[in-house]
Write a protein that binds this ligand. Structure first.
Ligand SMILES: Nc1ncnc2c1ncn2[C@@H]1O[C@H](COP(=O)(O)OP(=O)(O)OP(=O)(O)O)[C@@H](O)[C@H]1O
Ligand SMILES: [Mg+2]
Length: 164
């Protein structure tokens, strides 16, 4: 039997990742699995805040970073509406660093059984078939990866109805 007890859904707040959320929840419900939603604050943002704080523009670096993380956590909890996750075992995690690497490291450390990602994210350049984060995750993941396309046909129909 396939063991899917822990599912990881990386979220960058794009419509693509909303679709990944939708699949992650559906599979979580189906398998009675724990679902973790992870957002990674990009290292570029962390570096920019660090630069500003060194130059004395914006106050304390760690304080700003922790405020940003708690805002992102609230956004993440709103992105995955409470009514969608009713009766499901879920949690929300905010980390910072290089998103692709953080996602893979998290999956390894937490012994994740399945990662569900969007095939693209916020950049969503038409010319790019698969986003760079997803490419890295597919290449380096310690577990199977489900790549979800925004416009593909649904297999998670019940979940879609639940969310409407
Ligand atoms: N910062 C992030 N935190 C969590 N998950 C992310 C993050 N960035 C991307 N993802 C996940 O990876 C998926 C694909 O996004 P990706 O960044 O690879 O594509 P893109 O933004 O279209 O292209 P690129 O970033 O390479 O220009 C998203 O749908 C989301 O599931
Ligand atoms: Mg991206």
């Amino acid at each position: 039997m396939v063991k899917i007890e822990k599912i990881l859904v990386p979220v960058d707040f794009s419509e693509n990742s909303r679709k990944a959320v939708h699949y992650g929840l559906a599979i979580g419900r189906d398998r009675n699995a724990h679902v973790t939603f992870l957002h990674v604050i990009n290292q570029h943002i962390v570096d920019a805040i660090h630069d500003l704080s060194i130059k004395g523009y914006k106050g304390d670096f760690l304080e700003i970073l922790s405020k940003l993380a708690s805002n992102r956590e609230k956004e993440l909890q709103q992105f995955v509406l409470p009514k969608w996750r009713e009766g499901l075992d879920t949690n929300f995690v905010i980390k910072h660093g290089k998103p692709a690497k953080v996602i893979v490291d998290f999956a390894r450390e937490e012994d994740i059984d399945l990662i569900v990602v969007g095939h693209r994210g916020r950049s969503a350049l038409e010319s790019i078939l698969v986003g760079s984060v997803t490419r890295y995750v597919v290449n380096h993941s310690p577990c199977p990866v489900l790549v979800v396309h925004l416009k593909e046909r649904e297999f998670a129909t019940e979940e879609k109805e639940r969310q409407e």
